[in-house]
Design a protein. Structure first.
Lengths: 113, 112
């Protein structure tokens, strides 16, 4: 089965600083999804990556998928308190993208004012 | 904004009791997922339905868990009997395609 390793497990960053979260797969990724979860709430979809080398940005968040499609990174520029939460990467299960996702264990992000 | 609703939001029960969690998917979504989130295991897929038919429940302990979708507006996840190790947050998500999976707010279950 596919496993996703996220690093770091937790991250404390001073407001205004940049940060990067990584997601590494044991197998080739055919669909990689980034979600954000606020404490005590459900997951919010951020971005989906499918092609090797693909990069997407939304506001101050940029996600990349490497050429080999086994690693993705999420980069936040000039972090703000609103970025705090748990970031999870998810990948298509072997049965295909519409058959549910396998998730990493998440990265807890704390933004210090 | 269309939302997935889940009830109850919190449930505390004693070991051995039956627990039923409910989910109302977004109207028009044909796929409904059940996930469980714990600190140790993270977020795990338990089961999912497409067009109300169960497609995969291999992630679910079958002896005590059951998932059903009696109609297009309601999905249920039942645990009988519940055990302390079932304590977790249970999420329902609905969608048409995986990248449009919309998650509900979750049911936080505590089994004493």
């Amino acid at each position: 089965s596919q496993e996703l390793e996220q690093s770091p497990q937790s991250l404390i960053v001073q407001e205004g600083k940049n940060l990067t979260i990584n997601c590494t797969s044991s197998k080739t990724l055919y669909g990689l999804y980034w979600y954000k979860q606020k404490y005590g709430e459900g997951l919010i979809f951020l971005m989906m990556l499918q092609k090797g080398g693909e990069e997407k940005s939304h506001e101050k968040i940029t996600a990349k998928l490497d050429e080999k499609k086994q690693q993705s990174s999420l980069h936040i520029t000039a972090s703000q308190p609103s970025h705090a939460g748990i970031y999870l990467c998810g990948a298509d299960t072997p049965g295909g993208g519409a058959d549910g996702l396998t998730f990493g264990k998440g990265t807890h992000l704390i933004i210090q004012p | 904004d269309a939302r997935v609703t889940q009830t109850p939001r919190h449930k505390v029960t004693e070991m051995g009791q039956e627990v039923t969690m409910r989910c109302q998917p977004i109207l028009g979504h044909n796929t409904v997922f059940w996930y469980r989130q714990t600190m140790m295991q993270g977020l795990e897929l338990l089961a999912y339905f497409r067009n109300r038919a169960p497609l995969d429940d291999s992630g679910m302990p079958k002896d005590r868990f059951s998932a059903e979708m009696p109609d297009a507006t309601l999905a249920t996840l039942k645990i009988q009997p519940s055990e302390p190790r079932d304590s977790a947050v249970y999420f329902c998500a609905s969608g048409l395609q995986v990248f449009s999976q919309i998650f509900g707010p979750g049911t936080r279950l505590t089994v004493l």
